[in-house]
Write a protein that binds this ligand. Structure first.
Ligand SMILES: NC(=O)C1=CN([C@@H]2O[C@H](COP(=O)(O)OP(=O)(O)OC[C@H]3O[C@@H](n4cnc5c(N)ncnc54)[C@H](OP(=O)(O)O)[C@@H]3O)[C@@H](O)[C@H]2O)C=CC1
Ligand SMILES: O=C1O[C@H](COP(=O)(O)O)[C@@H](O)[C@H](O)[C@H]1O
Length: 530
């Protein structure tokens, strides 16, 4: 490290001063001492000054004898137009092959491993299609809010911050066809094809949320709008769930779910591949209550604690024939105890070596923005109000309804206590809500009205229903003391009885049965909610 630091120096100047970049050029030439030299500029700076810096660096500090490259950090614009404008401005001074658009998720070890897993194991690639895969989920969560970055974040929101880039890039790598080679252009060609095969996101296939403050014991957690750099009436989503489809032969009809949020109960990023049910399962009768619905699931945990595990059904040892679910688990820290390189280490080295595979080409970027721009405009124009969720919870309840609409459950539900009341495997199974479409109603009416209309059990008002569902999201099944405390106006036993009556036998478990509000008009729902 000392040797490395001896070779570093700091030179300060203004980002938009050609004169200061010319001074930098002189200083660099002194260091280079006539040797052939390459120059890599890494713009880890706010986007509004990208173009100034590129202009000055390119005009006054480019290498005279070797290559000059520029790494640009996201955000690359905030929609198709501004991204196109940024690309055009950069290209006034740089060729495409000089621009390295960084998406640090592409440098993460497990994301790199995705292609290895697919293309170098006979057992996976044949399963990689609509024939065997029922849904794929890309999940990102952080257990902290926008702390300190509210000013930046409020202009972008979670869809631009995480979904349009990190999650969509992983999706493209996951779903692309086999590239001709591992060459950067071959891989990026395949990624673009996938992105172009997708339909732009529709409002009814999205659920948005924003975290609200809450206190637990003596600790209190701030709301997003408590951040002094965020407007009090901000509608910026800090959480979003979305369902996307790829209109090609391989993926026709397979829902690709994305979920990203800040101030949730955990910090995690993972890819979950849910496989179809075993047709005519011979062991149907041995599975117990709901286990026959347990499907295989392949999980690539990107962070923390990198792992690849496959959920399988197996026999519990003994004379009887009881089946169980287990994980075939490749846990990186056990298998590879040495430190895993940071994503930026890999990407900076790649940029130095001219390896473009993990950087985003301008046509990929255009295709990515085309998918999200109409939705982002609609959310802003219609001023869609995000569903509030408590800081530290699992996010808005509406995300579950969105998944249920496509007969899918989020794979990241953890329910350690549930075995007392209901077989845990049932949570992994498909719900009975195949034709249920509550998310559109949530968009137009809001969750309280919908819940009020849906619940038919007396003495619970819509606020209490929401608090109950929120508390179960936050504290998990079985933690009824905390749940009752969160609801505030109902006792522990009232919460248990109510949840059992309304949700335990619901086809949309863990949510209440909404089938009787299905297909009702807005007016009818409002009337039912009275
Ligand atoms: N933080 C994160 O999690 C991620 C950040 N990024 C991107 O990486 C880049 C850097 O991120 P981050 O370090 O959080 O950003 P910061 O806002 O902390 O800015 C980084 C540097 O830019 C300079 N700077 C900041 N504001 C201004 C301004 N208004 N005018 C001129 N210069 C300014 C400062 O350098 P100096 O003091 O030397 O002038 C500062 O140290 C950004 O493009 C960001 O979008 C991408 C992915 C994740
Ligand atoms: O790009 C971003 O990523 C970070 C999360 O990165 P991670 O490597 O720590 O998972 C996120 O916090 C930030 O909002 C976003 O801009």
């Amino acid at each position: 490290m000392d040797e490395f630091l001896k070779r570093c120096f700091y030179h300060s100047g203004q980002y938009n001063s050609e004169e200061h970049f010319a001074e930098l050029d002189i200083k660099l030439k002194e260091k280079e001492a006539g040797r052939k030299s390459n120059r890599l500029f890494y713009l880890s700076i706010p986007p509004n000054i990208f173009v100034d810096v590129v202009k000055c660096a390119s005009l006054r500090a480019s290498s005279a004898s070797g290559w000059t490259r520029v790494i640009v950090e996201k955000p690359f614009g905030r929609d198709s137009e501004s991204s196109g404008e940024l690309t055009r401005s950069l290209k006034q001074y740089l060729r495409e092959d000089q621009i390295f658009r960084i998406d640090h998720y592409l440098g993460k070890e497990l994301v790199e491993n995705l292609s290895v897993l697919r293309f170098s194991n006979l057992v996976f690639e044949p399963l990689w299609s609509r024939n065997y895969i029922r849904s794929v989920q890309f999940i990102f969560s952080e257990d902290f809010g926008t702390e300190g970055r509210g000013g930046y974040f409020d202009h972008y929101g979670i869809i631009r911050d995480i979904m349009q880039n990190h999650l969509l890039q992983i999706l493209a790598l996951f779903a692309m066809e086999t590239p001709v080679s591992l060459d950067a252009e071959d891989i990026r060609n395949e990624k673009v094809k996938v992105l172009r095969s997708m339909k732009p996101l529709q409002l009814e296939d999205v659920n948005i949320g924003q975290y609200k403050g809450h206190s637990k014991g003596s600790r209190s957690y701030p709301a997003y709008t408590d951040d002094p750099t965020v407007p009090k009436d901000s509608l910026t989503p800090t959480f979003a769930a979305a369902v996307l489809f790829i209109n090609n032969a391989r993926w026709d009809g397979v829902p690709f779910l994305m979920k990203a949020g800040k101030a949730l109960h955990t910090k995690r990023a993972e890819i979950r591949v849910q496989f179809r049910h075993v047709p005519g399962n011979l062991y149907r009768r041995n599975f117990g209550t709901d286990l026959d619905k347990a499907t295989n699931e392949l999980v690539l945990r990107v962070q923390p604690d990198e792992a690849i595990y496959l959920k399988i059904n197996n026999k519990v040892p003994g004379l009887g024939m009881r089946l169980d679910r287990s994980d075939l688990n490749l846990l990186y820290r056990s298998r590879y105890p040495r430190e895993i390189p940071d994503a930026y280490e890999r990407l900076l080295l790649d940029a130095i070596e001219g390896e473009r595979r993990l950087f985003i080409r301008s046509d990929e970027l255009d295709a990515a923005w085309s998918l999200f721009t109409p939705l982002l405009k609609e959310l802003e124009e219609k001023k869609i109000v995000p569903e509030l969720y408590p800081y530290g919870s699992r996010g808005p309840v509406g995300a579950h309804y969105l998944a249920a609409k496509y007969n899918v459950r989020w794979g990241d539900l953890r329910t350690p206590e549930v075995s007392n009341c209901r077989n845990s495997s049932s949570l992994m199974s498909t719900s009975g809500c195949s034709s249920f479409d509550a998310s559109a109603a949530i968009c137009t009416l809001g969750m309280p009205v919908l819940l009020k209309a849906a619940f038919r059990i007396a003495n619970w008002n819509a606020d209490e229903e929401i608090l109950l569902l929120e508390a179960i999201e936050m504290y998990g099944f079985g933690n009824w003391n905390e749940v009752a405390e969160h609801v505030g106006t109902k006792s522990k036993s009232q919460c248990i009885d109510h949840f059992n009556a309304a949700c335990m036998n619901s086809p949309c478990f863990p949510l209440p049965d909404m089938s009787h509000v299905m297909g009702k008009s807005r007016e009818e729902l409002l009337a039912m909610a009275k």
